[in-house]
Design a protein around this ligand. Structure first.
Ligand SMILES: [Zn+2]
Length: 235
């Protein structure tokens, strides 16, 4: 058990170490992970094959250079470059695509559940529908686009992501507008209640007998001067 703990600690230290300083092992692990994820995406988006091949070819050439580098530092540098190439822009965006879709679906569900009035519900419904459509369109464009190189891949993925981001913004706007309206309404109700309570307190005060400041006699509510000494009564 102690031994296990020791190894766990050693592994943790190793991870912590590689995260702050680049090592051959760290870059090589990164490379394996990157390559695996690219291969997975390549299977999902077979129409992007040419673009993935272009990137893989470039990145693998860098990895080969790294293997025959003159020093370890040079080798690490080249491996880091290879990792940069294999996870470059369109690959990264494509990797984030599903997460973005999930975020938008969560927002759409939230917008649909938010308790608003008729016009809020209509706006939420419209935003949710357009988000559903944006997701569908973005998925279709990713699946059906004819991609012949990295530049084409960049264009298609960027525009799909932009459509998603627009839909996301629309949903966020609808939600925050409705939430603000609900807040405003609550605040207005609180203000109204406070005003009513103040008015009630004022009424009650008027109905109370008033004490003369000079002689101390109690006078009828609303009396202007003391019935006993004639002093003016300040209300
Ligand atoms: Zn008096």
């Amino acid at each position: 058990m102690k031994k296990l703990l020791f190894f766990a600690l050693a592994a943790l230290l190793l991870v912590a170490n590689t995260s702050c300083k680049r090592t051959v092992e760290g870059e090589s692990n990164k490379w394996k992970a990157n390559k695996q994820s690219v291969e997975q995406m390549r299977a999902n988006y077979s129409n992007f094959g040419a673009a993935f091949d272009e990137i893989l070819e470039k990145a693998e050439a860098k990895m080969n250079e790294a293997e025959s580098a003159s020093s370890e530092d040079q080798s690490i540098k080249l491996m880091a470059e290879a990792n940069g190439i294999i996870s470059s822009s369109f690959v990264n965006k494509l990797k984030n695509f599903d997460r973005k879709v999930n975020d938008i679906e969560d927002l759409a569900a939230k917008a649909a559940q938010i308790p608003g009035d008729h016009s809020d519900n209509d706006a939420a419904w419209v935003a949710k529908n357009s988000a559903d459509r944006a997701i569908r369109d973005a998925r279709n464009s990713l699946k059906s686009a004819q991609i012949s190189n990295v530049a084409a891949a960049e264009g298609v993925v960027s525009s799909a992501m932009q459509n998603l981001e627009r839909a996301e913004k629309r949903l966020k706007d609808v939600i925050s507008k409705t939430e603000k309206k609900i807040d405003d309404k609550e605040k207005a109700e609180e203000d109204k209640k406070a005003q009513e309570e103040a008015a009630k307190a004022e009424e009650e005060k008027k109905a109370e007998p008033v004490k003369c400041g000079y002689c101390g006699k109690m006078n009828d509510p609303g009396a202007k001067e003391c019935g006993s000494c004639g002093a003016p009564i300040e209300g």
